[in-house]
Design a protein around this ligand. Sequence first.
Ligand code: NAD
Length: 285
Amino acid sequence: MVRDRLERIGVVGAGTMGSGIAQVAATHGYEVVLRDVDPEFVERGFDAIDDSLTRLESRDALPDDSGTIRDRIEGSTDLEAIADCDLVVEAVVEDLDVKREVFADLEATCDREALLATNTSTLSITSIAGNLERPGRVVGIHFMNPVPIMDGVEVVVGEKTSDDAVALAHEFSGDLEKETWEADDRPGFVANRILMPWINEGIRAYDEGVASKEDVDRGMELGTNVPMGPLRLADHIGLDVCLHATETLHEELGDRYRPAYLLKRKVEAGDLGKKSGRGFYEYES
Ligand SMILES: NC(=O)c1ccc[n+]([C@@H]2O[C@H](COP(=O)([O-])OP(=O)(O)OC[C@H]3O[C@@H](n4cnc5c(N)ncnc54)[C@H](O)[C@@H]3O)[C@@H](O)[C@H]2O)c1
């Protein structure tokens, strides 16, 4: 069983994602503890929050004044500070060993019924929770970057994640005015399993002289109606983050670039998409 009511939220890791998650939770009225290993990192997290709140306030996009929201967030380097949190979201570096250590600490520190979530982009939830006594309360709540701007959250279900942990993850995300989708705990889940090869191929296309970098991006923006082409998006995400995610996917999934079997089979069957009335979906003629 996990708690059915959340009031106090812990966020572990005050970097790009942790500071964004803390900000959005505080904006929606939660009491937040933002924890990192060094006071300097906590301060850096608050600087990012202050900048973002100031920008949003100037656009009249906050429900309360920025000072009130900011006051709901307490910074700490002390693990004990999150002991009485109802939900802890882990947003530390994308390293399985580090995350497993953090979750062991959380299990030892937090209340038995607290929900424990990871913001991992690509690592296995099942593995992160693998050594715990109560893995049922561990769920993926995968926020998108930048957290205050992006509307969606991916809820990831590990092998042992309980139904009430999943339900609470959706509910919490909904409280933050995020829409959710749900993914099984397989490499990259939905978002990065599809996004990372797309970015990777954009980089290759540029590198192989298919088009200038501007035209790779413009081609995808104008040609497929995405708001940002792959090279610009990679820059926004961080090329190191992209490389790390792609390496993890490569290790887990191997060569993903051959045409999918299902694609060939559907074409052979004449299911060509909207124009034939049926592709992966059915269409009215
Ligand atoms: N950056 C993105 O675009 C993005 C998007 C979605 C998900 N994610 C995921 O979110 C997580 C965090 O990514 P980020 O980009 O915010 O990283 P980041 O490097 O900006 O921040 C990580 C923070 O974690 C802190 N940290 C490390 N070990 C810690 C520990 N034991 N206890 C407390 N704090 C610790 C570091 O000091 C650092 O401040 C990763 O799992 C990443 O894959 C990132």
